[in-house]
Design a protein around this ligand. Structure first.
Ligand SMILES: Nc1ncnc2c1ncn2[C@@H]1O[C@H](COP(=O)(O)OP(=O)(O)OP(=O)(O)O)[C@@H](O)[C@H]1O
Length: 706
């Protein structure tokens, strides 16, 4: 799509709409007669946001009050927009049956159109299969399917966009081709678009805008977008106008697709899912996208949740110029994230923007669970100030809270190559029903990850992981919820963008600090238990895992060491913490012993040989009879604990009192004996070692005297 360069107020000659004259005082718009006569001019309500008067200036209203008044105005304008959208289309299979059931000619015509297009594709697939060229021709066929969907119109474009996020349904080649269904769609006549704006808003075009681009700056599946300037406030806005009769076109298609779904449910045995239910769910989402007031509300909610960071921008909505078919929003000056050279020319770094995108996506997907479900590069702009702007809030999705936690656990298990735990995660993620046996999946996961990487998992290309998991999902009876597929897709899109700038960029490595932070700090019981499970194995604390989590978690910009481990420490004191307390006792013994024996070892090694002989009757490097291996692991444990302690100490806001719960546990009645146990544990072991030493020495002496 061509971008309109200022002054963007020239109408194309020969258009149904006449010419816009540029006046020396600015631009004035000449509206064609057929547009002017229909709509009497209506009074304009000022669009938000308003200028806030200076608090310290001579203006009388305090800022807070102005903001409140603004907010009230805004809510009222939004309510008016909602009223305008009262008749927005909604999905009702019954209504569709009533409407199209009695239009056999239309049904026949459209069915033939779809049938011819899809059956020719089906025949090619069948021929490929019979000639053994299915794999070889996959890429070609995927591109053909993309073209067929574009030809068949908006419903199929949406269907293709939807399929492009489903690794459980489509092989990777199809996922890639179908994800290109975002651009290059045909436009519709501008005159129709301008008529639609006037009709929808009940205002004449020239009373709304002082200028508007003569042709769309972009055309997408459901609408096209113009750039304009608001007459009242002078703000530059983007005006999205819905394609004419789209509701009709989509309605007929969904009626036909649903009828096909019924036939599949009835006659195709190998498809066990309820196809009609899937179609209904999908159709409902597409219909939601037809209500631009809903999209505006999505944008507002998104902005409230995520644009608190100064590097994220979400356009404001101008409710007075918004209806179900017209969406007027703040114009975002920016370059699409895939136009990397243009971004670099502005002195911006693509990787910084991608990192912002990753951090924002992680918060969307895993913190609030409300996320932008269509983050293709066309919907992400880099602004000249270096902000990342999000556009197009038509398709939003939500991740249920349990799933958010299960995903965090899954990634951490993956990074730690805990394949059994990974396979079990699929229950928590609701991918597999509880009666499915996950044991066959474990070796498949192991084979894939162990084969693919020599380095750590976080060094793996995210796309490789997604393709690998996709292949597993494809082979087993997985039912991947739509939100999960969308999550994978949003991160894959960001990684794809980053790889242009840096072929070594790893999205998982960039996002792992966030996962580590959540695991260390989140009080959610699922995550807390996942952390405990990760840290304790076979009754032993895995200090290396804690060290790694702390090292990673510290890299997250929102990490606060104050919160680290707090959920686990709280559990330690709680009524359900008995098991954990027992583990803590054991570990305390192990660590104290490591410190004591480590120090003994150091002292022993620093002694001259003759002193060792006098005291220990031994001049070898074996302290208290410990093997080199034992010594090594003891010293490693001590050093690891010391490293972690230094790590905590060097972190901002660290207060040793945070570890108070551990001390408290040691003082609790049930663990009061802990001090004694540690002490006795150590003295027992030391005594045993000394005894061993003495016995060994006396045996050697007596043997030599014999
Ligand atoms: N606020 C804005 N500022 C600048 N450009 C915009 C704005 N909103 C939309 N655009 C441009 O218009 C294009 C299409 O807009 P949008 O993605 O919202 O349409 P859509 O019909 O929802 O698309 P899709 O087919 O992806 O669902 C964007 O890719 C962008 O180039």
């Amino acid at each position: 799509m061509s971008t309109v360069v200022p002054p963007y107020s020239l109408w194309r000659s020969g258009d149904a709409i006449s010419r816009l004259n540029a006046s020396p005082h600015g631009t004035s718009l000449v509206i064609p007669k057929f547009l002017r006569s229909k709509h009497p001019r209506a009074a304009l309500v000022e669009a938000r946001p308003r200028a806030v008067p200076a608090v310290n200036g001579d203006t009388s209203l305090p800022t807070q009050l102005v903001l409140t008044v603004d907010r009230t105005d805004d809510l009222q304008a939004e309510a008016r927009a909602m009223a305008r959208a009262a008749n927005a289309p909604f999905y009702s299979p019954e209504l569709l049956a009533n409407t199209y059931g009695s239009r056999p000619i239309e049904i026949l015509r459209r069915s033939l159109q779809i049938l011819v297009a899809l059956s020719s594709f089906g025949i090619k697939l069948w021929l490929d299969k019979n000639s053994g060229q299915l794999d070889q021709n996959k890429r070609r066929r995927a591109a053909e399917l993309r073209r067929i969907f574009t030809r068949l119109g908006p419903t199929f474009v949406k269907l293709g966009q939807g399929l492009s996020t489903r690794p459980d349904i489509c092989p990777p080649e199809y996922l890639e081709e179908l994800s290109e269904l975002q651009d290059g769609l045909p436009t519709f006549p501008d005159a129709e678009a301008f008529l639609c704006i006037e009709k929808e808003l009940g205002l004449s075009l020239d009373s709304i805008f002082s200028s508007i681009s003569p042709s769309p700056i972009a055309a997408a599946s459901l609408g096209q977008v113009y750039k304009a300037r608001l007459k009242q406030s002078g703000k530059v806005v983007a005006v999205k106008v819905q394609r004419p009769n789209i509701e009709e076109a989509i309605g007929l298609d969904f009626y036909l697709i649903r009828s096909l779904g019924f036939l599949i449910n009835k006659y195709v045995d190998f498809i066990s899912s309820d196809v009609v239910a899937l179609i209904d769910e999908f159709a409902r989402r597409v219909y939601q996208e037809l209500n631009y007031v809903q999209e505006g509300q999505n944008a507002r909610r998104f902005k409230k949740l995520y644009a608190d960071k100064e590097d994220v921008l979400v356009p404001d909505i101008f409710w007075d110029y918004t209806s179900s078919k017209v969406l007027t929003m703040e114009w975002v000056d920016g370059v699409k994230l895939n136009e990397q050279e243009a971004i670099e020319r502005q002195g911006l770094k693509v990787l910084d923007l991608v990192n912002t995108g990753i951090q924002c996506s992680l918060r969307q997907l895993l913190e609030y669970g409300y996320f932008h479900a269509d983050p293709h590069p066309g919907n992400l702009l880099a602004t000249p100030e270096g902000k990342l702007a999000f556009l197009d809030f038509g398709m939003m999705s939500e991740t249920p809270e349990e799933a958010r936690c299960a995903i965090i656990g899954h990634v951490v298990h993956m990074v730690n190559r805990d394949y059994e735990a990974m396979a079990r995660d699929y229950y928590a993620l609701d991918f597999l029903s509880p009666e499915t046996d996950v044991s066959p999946i474990v070796p498949v996961l192991r084979n894939f990850f162990d084969d693919t990487l020599n380095a750590t998992v976080s060094e793996l290309n995210f796309k490789t992981i997604v393709d690998g998991l996709g292949a597993v999902f494809y082979q087993y009876p997985f039912n991947v919820p739509a939100y999960y597929a969308l999550i994978l897709r949003s991160l894959t899109v960001l990684e794809g963008l980053a790889l242009y700038a840096d072929p070594n960029f790893k999205v998982l490595a960039a996002s792992y600090p966030y996962f580590a932070k959540r695991l260390l700090t989140d009080p959610n019981p699922y995550l807390r238990d996942a952390l405990i499970e990760l840290l304790f194995k076979d009754g032993k604390f895995r200090w290396s895992r804690l060290e790694n989590l702390l090292l990673q978690g510290r890299k997250d910009r929102d990490f606060s060491v104050k919160e680290a481990l707090q959920p686990v420490l709280k559990l330690l004191l709680g009524p359900d913490g008995e098991g954990l307390r027992a583990l803590a006792v054991k570990e305390a013994i192990r660590v104290t012993e490591a410190f004591v024996l480590g120090t003994v070892n150091d002292t022993y090694n620093s002694m001259p040989d003759f002193m060792r002989l006098i005291i220990f009757r031994d001049s070898t490097s074996r302290t208290l009879g410990m093997s080199n291996e034992e010594q090594g692991s003891m010293i490693e444990l001590r050093d690891q604990v010391l490293r972690i302690w230094r790590l905590l100490q060097s972190s901002e806001n660290f207060d040793p009192a945070l570890l108070q719960p551990i001390v408290q546990v040691l003082q609790q009645p049930e663990a009061r004996s802990l001090g004694g146990r540690i002490f006795s544990g150590i003295t027992q072991r030391l005594a045993a070692r000394l005894l061993q030493q003495v016995l060994r020495a006396s045996t050697t002496v007596s043997a030599s005297t014999v």
